[in-house]
Ligand binder design. Sequence first.
Ligand code: ASP
Ligand code: MG
Length: 368
Amino acid sequence: MSLVYKFGGSTIRSASALRMIADIIVNSLDLRFVVVSATYNSTNELEEIANAATKSTCHSKDLIASFLFKHESLARELEVLNFCQASFEQFKLEAINYCDQIHESLEVSSELMDALYSLGERFSSVILYSFLKEKLHHEVEHLDARNVITTNTRFRDATPLFGIIERNLTNLDKTKVYITQGFIGKTIDGRTTTLGREGSDYTASILAWAIKATRLIIWKDVGGILSWDPKIHDGAYKLSEISYDEATLLTEAGAKVLFHRTMNPLKERSIPLEVKGVYAPTEHGSVISNKPHGKILGLVETKKQDYSLLSICGNKLISNASINQLIETEINNLHEYNDNLATFKINSQRRDSLLEKIVQIVTHSFDS
Ligand code: ASP
Ligand code: MG
């Protein structure tokens, strides 16, 4: 038995959220890896720091200072600041050094961006590790993910080198729980890379693949995969079981629920992935495995400046009578259509009424 957990940035917003995460970890049996994202919004802030550095190092230094302050406050609230201080000091010096290099070259190269990005996950993992180890006296190890996630040199969108990663992991102690970072990796010659924005899910799935984990659990602030984003319409329902391909279909249609490459390694070794909510850890989430949902999965909206793309995702769409009827009436707005996806391109005036119709169709399919 072996589990891999991943906690996303939206769950790492405050000291109380970190306490809740620590509680979940402490109460887990058979855990091998805990993968963390940067704290909430930190990756965006690192982009702002890099952009500021192209213009003024004074401004970027101010932003680095607030970035540091945010993490110091979190560590102080958890009473682990003294354990984190040496790492934080080192991270600050690194950040200043990267910004100086960005300023000199007047542009943010992908390589420097990745080096700077890595600080987000390194800050959050040091805080979580220190809290677990020093305050809760829980047996954990801190692992720099870059020492195991070897990638090619495609900065900002690196490809993991699976064979090497699998070998790297054989050097770790199988009896230990490792707290590590999502998103980041390293080239063979030692340069920091990242797997692409939102790539922490992928790190977790690569690790689960490499150790042939029994399950990967991705912990979120919502309790599973929903049929649509509750911000666009109420009444969304939870997809309790879907297949790897169905989950990939949703991510390819633009659903933000998981990083699009996450399913590949898991499917290859039939490792189930559960998406669960940190606020209700004992409740069932959504399980992604070989077992398909088989029906319509949901609706995904991609908003552009002056139009929206509304997609119905699922199975056997071409033989669904309500969808065929909708397609006939909306034929001028039909953007893409196949057995798994029907996308309408719609302007803002007509968007709400089309959304209503699609919600009805999806809901009806779920209920039937
Ligand atoms: N922190 C990175 C990002 O926001 C990676 C992740 O959270 O998955 O893109
Ligand atoms: Mg994130």
